[in-house]
Design a protein around this ligand. Structure first.
Ligand code: CAA
Length: 409
């Protein structure tokens, strides 16, 4: 167990109560209906959960990413769909927190903290998923408005959000300052909600395409008031948000593990509980070890994000990739432990496995996370120059043999 702060323990208890009283009993219903759980959102807002990650000066509770992760874990233990329906508001609001003007922060964040407005994040497109910088949605400056044309794909919360952080190309000629972020309100003429996806998991949260046709957004909604900073704001946002996806994954893994523990203790085969068969006992031991390791990594990443420490990009990617791979492994093994019962929709365990899969994909596939980690390792290698003398001399020279040596041979 990580060394939680008093604030984190407080939010853990509040979120646990909401999860057990409101979320778990209704998880199956909303999964089947594939409908946004408004009553659960109201219960979360009433308990103050929507304010957790927002600083006090903007109407929040100032719990930061650490408390946010604790809440996401508790909710996801009961339902992974509710976990992301909650977490995606942090993803949508981080661009404002990280890059917004004081006026933009004062205008939008208190409404989000109260749960009066939901927010979504519009980055991915049909032809620009992993290659986020390859987006085509365009924002043209026209007087005191930007005119947006294009479409965004896989917008989580799309069908229920009031505000959208939308990334678009405002300077196609520039390499470094090509992209800007605009805050778009639902109901703006030219903005439409399109295809609602029919998903394998996280079914209670609507994921939509959002389309823009000559959609006019006031210049005042340009994030940070200056164009060209959108890509950096998107990347920084993902650094802040990925521990939340990791927490969702870890909550799913933990929820599936807990159900498996109970099942394996009660289920008798060959005259004893199956947990006393080494084959199952060792599975449970590995599952529990990996959940705990994931939790420690997530909370350490969150701590460093809150401390605005150097190098958070790498740790944020690491915790996302590790916890989500663990979630897939643990939830799959949980279905295995439940055997025939595990495969049936009568019981919640199969839903954990379905909900877990997306965590390896969204907010950057785990292949992208590995790429981010690998790139950072290359950067850090210059600090290890002092170790060079311990590697083969010819390798130190970059594999190029001096001409004299070749001539002699
Ligand atoms: N923080 C600050 N700046 C950063 C940064 C970071 N973490 N990462 C990159 N940058 C900067 C670089 O320093 C560079 O700046 P300069 O030009 O000034 O040097 C610039 O951004 C470009 O960086 P790269 O050359 O590294 O960019 P790239 O095109 O090679 O892409 C990438 C990098 C990491 C692959 C990035 O494209 C990426 O993260 N892709 C995945 C996108 C993603 O996660 N999408 C999911 C969206 S959300 C979602 O899933 C839906 C939902 O609703 C939940």
């Amino acid at each position: 167990m990580p060394a939680y702060t008093a604030d984190q323990l407080h939010w853990k208890a509040v979120a646990h109560k909401v999860a057990e009283e409101v979320v778990r009993p209704q998880a199956k219903k909303y999964d089947e209906l594939q409908q946004y759980p408004w009553e659960i959102k109201d219960a979360m807002a009433k308990a103050g959960l929507m304010s957790v990650w927002i600083p006090k000066e903007y109407g929040g509770s100032g719990g930061g990413v650490g408390s946010l992760c604790v809440v996401i874990e508790e909710l996801s233990r009961a339902c992974g769909g509710v976990g992301v329906a909650y977490a995606v508001n942090a993803l949508g609001s981080f661009p404002i927190l990280l890059g917004g003007t004081e006026e933009q922060k004062q205008k939008w964040l208190p409404l989000i903290a109260k749960g009066e407005k939901l927010i979504a994040f519009g980055l991915s497109e049909k032809f620009a998923g992993s290659d986020a910088g390859g987006m085509r949605t365009h924002g043209r400056l026209d007087g005191d408005h930007y005119v947006i044309n294009g479409e965004k794909k896989w917008c989580t919360n799309g069908g229920c959000a009031d505000i959208f952080s939308v990334f678009c190309v405002t300077d196609p000629e520039s390499k470094a300052k090509r992209i800007s972020a605009l805050l778009v309100e639902k109901g703006t003429p030219g903005f439409t909600l399109q295809k609602q996806e029919d998903k394998m998991g996280i079914r209670c949260v609507p994921v939509n395409e959002i389309h823009f046709k000559e959609c006019r957004v006031p210049v005042a909604n340009l994030l940070g008031g200056k164009p060209g900073h959108g890509f950096k704001h998107a990347m920084q946002t993902l650094d802040y948000a990925r521990p939340g996806v990791a927490a969702q994954a870890m909550g799913l893994a933990c929820g599936a593990l807990e159900l498996s523990q109970v099942y394996a203790q009660k289920r008798q085969q060959f005259g004893v509980p199956i947990s006393s068969h080494q084959a199952v006992g060792f599975m449970l031991a590995d599952m529990a070890t990996k959940v705990e390791a994931a939790r420690l990594l997530v909370m350490e990443a969150a701590r460093l994000v809150d401390a605005r420490a150097e190098g958070i990009t790498k740790l944020s990617a690491m915790c996302k990739l590790y916890a989500t791979d663990v979630a897939m492994e643990v939830t799959t093994n949980a279905v295995q432990i439940f055997g025939g019962y595990g495969y049936m929709k009568d019981y919640p365990i199969e839903k954990y496995m379905r909900d877990a899969k997306i965590t390896q994909i969204y907010e950057g596939t785990n292949q992208i996370q590995r790429m981010v980690v690998a790139r950072n390792l290359v950067k850090e290698t210059t600090e290890l120059d002092f170790l060079q003398k311990w590697i083969p001399t010819e390798v130190q020279r970059g594999g190029i043999e001096p001409v004299a040596v070749i001539a002699k041979a």
